[in-house]
Design a protein around this ligand. Structure first.
Ligand SMILES: *[C@@H]1O[C@H](CO)[C@@H](O)[C@H](O)[C@H]1NC(C)=O
Ligand SMILES: *[C@@H]1O[C@H](CO)[C@@H](O)[C@H](O)[C@H]1NC(C)=O
Ligand SMILES: *[C@@H]1O[C@H](CO)[C@@H](O)[C@H](O)[C@H]1NC(C)=O
Ligand SMILES: *[C@@H]1O[C@H](CO)[C@@H](O)[C@H](O)[C@H]1NC(C)=O
Ligand SMILES: *[C@@H]1O[C@H](CO)[C@@H](O)[C@H](O)[C@H]1NC(C)=O
Ligand SMILES: [Zn+2]
Length: 442
């Protein structure tokens, strides 16, 4: 299951928006390297990332939202909303009434799973462009099942998206790489292969910078490099006991629906009237924190959403949750999904380009604040969100007040329409699912 899911995500994606208000802002490229733990560059020689520290902005680390999984976290980045607000609460889509569970791939073109009213940035951007027919109209994604650590293809992908900026005048492109997450799961974060892939990522960043210069984009392209979560070593038998929940909980009698066996995070819907039973039973399991939905810490920002089930379990760092009598061969040597305040779940933020300061070291911040920063860079009026520009604006070169005035005017004349969300997503042919969509380059 896990493996399948991760293959599904081992893709390269790009969406873009063109053109915004001409002449008032620089272009923006956002790159996500899935599962890049905050300290992965510290035990590997990474000359290009080191150079970036001088030439741009580095955050010490950033904190993902409370469910440290790929889809929930990326969706927070691209909407600026907490998970309870955007409703993508797991990599697996599910319906606890029908017991339906739908893997990532099957939901990609179906916005009913993704569209909970929180707009991804590219839709908001599109809505604010005058005379925009098909501003958001392209995705470039590797075929599923394909090995996705081919460095030649990584470079080709960079050439392609840069040509979208130069030849087609796109303003905003996002680019996704499935590494180092794949290697982190398969081999574990401490394996030499993880260092090898970090070196490859570093060379790719070096290539990106060369290509930006080659294509004359140095002075008008901002780049943000970030990720969705970290990675930790899975604790294995015989060093630890796996948490087998059926030892503590009679699933047959007490449980109506569960979303378990996807690493350290899970949700349970008790049968009617059995909530306290389930809670009490699970409280006896070691190496596990059990929450009633309504009692979850406020800073998780999870309680409000209907898709959150009544009981939430989070294993201690590195522990795997095994639910029932299912025989699960748990092949992952590394995993994520643990508490966002565990250092192993923290991830990276780097940025460079004409609007970013140089040699600027930012204090850690929550990834939810990336959204208002992206809006500021693109001079888009942000949709309602939970981020705050004040957290990140210190990293910007604030050198032109007339830009602010221009933005004010732009907003007045260019009031974002607030169309029906579904309709808008339809018409854009771009469900938010595109974050890991699987279309092929035309
Ligand atoms: C689950 O499926 C049922 C039956 O199709 C539907 O009525 C319900 O709205 C769905 N629930 C959610 C949360 O999507
Ligand atoms: C990597 O991609 C290039 C370009 O598509 C291809 O020619 C090459 O065979 C690939 N290498 C591997 C090892 O798959
Ligand atoms: C897991 O729980 C067991 C039993 O309570 C305890 O002895 C052990 O120290 C815990 N392991 C960790 C790593 O917390
Ligand atoms: C702000 O300063 C940077 C570097 O000093 C420069 O490249 C950029 O064009 C300036 N932006 C504006 C709008 O003047
Ligand atoms: C997050 O933002 C949404 C949209 O503005 C708002 O409705 C919600 O109350 C915010 N959440 C928090 C915790 O402030
Ligand atoms: Zn991920």
């Amino acid at each position: 299951m896990w493996l399948d899911l991760y293959l599904g995500m081992a893709v390269f994606l790009s969406v873009e928006c063109k053109p915004l208000n001409k002449g008032t802002h620089n272009k923006l490229l956002v790159i996500s390297f899935d599962g890049f733990r905050w300290d992965y560059d510290q035990d590997v020689d990474t000359p290009h990332m080191d150079k970036l520290v001088e030439d741009g902005v580095k955050a010490k680390y950033i904190t993902p939202p409370a469910i440290t999984m790929t889809s929930p976290s990326h969706f927070t980045t691209i909407t600026g909303r907490w998970i309870e607000d955007h409703g993508v609460v797991h990599n697996m889509m599910f319906n606890s009434t029908t017991h339906q569970k739908v893997g990532h791939k099957a939901t990609l073109k179906r916005s009913e799973w993704w569209d909970n009213g929180a707009l991804p940035l590219w839709i908001t951007a599109q809505n604010q462009v005058r005379n925009c027919g098909q501003c958001v109209n392209r995705a470039l994604v590797e075929e599923t099942g394909q090995q996705d650590d081919n460095e030649t293809e990584w470079r080709q992908n960079i050439d392609t998206v840069l040509s979208w900026f130069t030849e087609e005048d796109f303003d905003f492109v996002t680019l996704y790489y499935g590494e180092p997450d794949n290697v982190g799961h398969a081999k574990g974060p401490d394996h030499p292969d993880r260092k090898t892939i970090i070196k490859q990522i570093d060379r790719t960043i070096g290539y990106l910078r060369e290509a930006i210069q080659r294509d004359g984009l140095t002075d008008n392209l901002n780049v943000i490099i970030t990720s969705d979560h970290g990675m930790t070593t899975v604790k294995k038998i015989p060093l630890v006991d796996e948490i087998i929940l059926s030892k503590y909980l009679n699933f047959f009698n007490l449980v109506y629906f569960e979303l378990l066996d996807y690493g350290g995070f899970g949700m349970i819907t008790p049968k009617k009237g059995k909530e306290q039973h389930v809670y009490d039973a699970l409280m006896k399991a070691p190496n596990l924190t059990v929450y009633k939905k309504e009692d979850m810490p406020e800073n998780f920002h999870l309680s409000k959403n209907d898709r959150m089930q009544p009981i939430i379990v989070i294993a201690d760092l590195g522990f795997n949750l095994n639910s029932v009598g299912r025989l699960i061969v748990y092949v992952n040597k590394g995993d994520h999904g643990f508490h966002m305040d565990e250092m192993d779940m923290k991830t990276i933020f780097r940025a460079f380009g004409p609007d970013f300061k140089k040699s600027y070291l930012s204090e850690p911040f929550d990834s939810v604040h990336i959204y208002p920063l992206m809006c500021k860079l693109l001079q888009i009026d942000p949709a309602p969100n939970n981020g705050s520009l004040s957290v990140t604006e210190g990293m910007l070169v604030q050198n032109d007040t007339s830009r602010e005035l221009l933005l004010e005017n732009t907003v007045v004349h260019n009031k974002p329409r607030r169309p029906d969300v579904s309709e808008k997503l339809e018409s854009a042919h771009l469900e938010p699912t595109i974050i890991h969509t699987m279309l092929k380059v035309a």
